[in-house]
Design a protein. Structure first.
Length: 181
């Protein structure tokens, strides 16, 4: 699914984010930047140890929840990995939507700052961190479309969704949000 948001592309695809040829690949990291399973494990496995060496040297304190930091991309076909730390879902009353929004927004700001034309996001927080999928999709899609409308950048954003169910949730969310514009 591909839509135009004020001259920018927003694309949903089902696939593996480590196989994307983009300027920046976003990782769903933890605040220690310690690596883990899910997309984090896949990115470090495909990218090699250079990514962890770089984050450990540059961000020994890790990264707060609701933010993101940039590293090199090792063997991935990208210039950068942005390590975004989404919130753990604790029922929705602990600021989770705002933290998820700022994690996405920080990645978009990093993309602009590093002059990235293309950036690929996974469904941050929607796996091990337990954020309900439909709610996570709504925050993700709204944050990206609002940013593209306002800044007219990045020129191409891709959501790379690993499963059919995740793709479906993002597609529904995008359809609804394009209708209400
Ligand atoms: N490409 C794209 N998406 C993927 C891939 C992949 N190769 N592998 C997994 N995913 C998807 C999952 O299906 C899920 O929809 O990424 C989404 C996010 O799930 P997690 O990776 O579990 O991320 P999150 O929920 O943010 O939890 C972060 O998990 O592994 C740890 O270190 C990580 O502690 C952190 C936590």
């Amino acid at each position: 699914m591909l839509v135009n948001v004020c001259g920018c592309k927003l694309q949903l695809i089902q696939g593996d984010i480590t196989e994307q040829h983009v300027d920046a690949i976003v990782n769903a990291a933890n605040s220690q930047l310690a690596g883990g399973s899910g997309v984090d494990g896949a990115i470090h496995a495909a990218g090699g140890p250079g990514i962890m060496n770089d984050t450990a040297a540059r961000y020994p304190e890790g990264c707060p929840t609701g933010s993101a930091v940039a590293s090199s991309a090792g063997n991935l076909s990208a210039k950068f990995v942005f390590h975004a730390v989404g919130p753990i879902w604790r029922g929705g009353k602990e600021g989770e939507p705002a933290l998820l929004q700022t994690a996405y927004r920080k990645c978009l700001q990093l993309a602009v700052q590093h002059d990235c034309k293309t950036i690929a996001f996974p469904a941050i927080s929607a796996g091990a961190y337990g954020y309900p999928l439909d709610l996570a999709a709504n925050v993700a899609v709204k944050t990206v479309t609002d940013f593209q409308k306002w800044h007219k950048k990045p020129p191409e954003v891709r959501f790379v969704l690993f499963t059919e169910g995740t793709y479906g949730a993002f597609a529904r969310s995008l359809e609804i949000q394009m209708e209400v514009q």
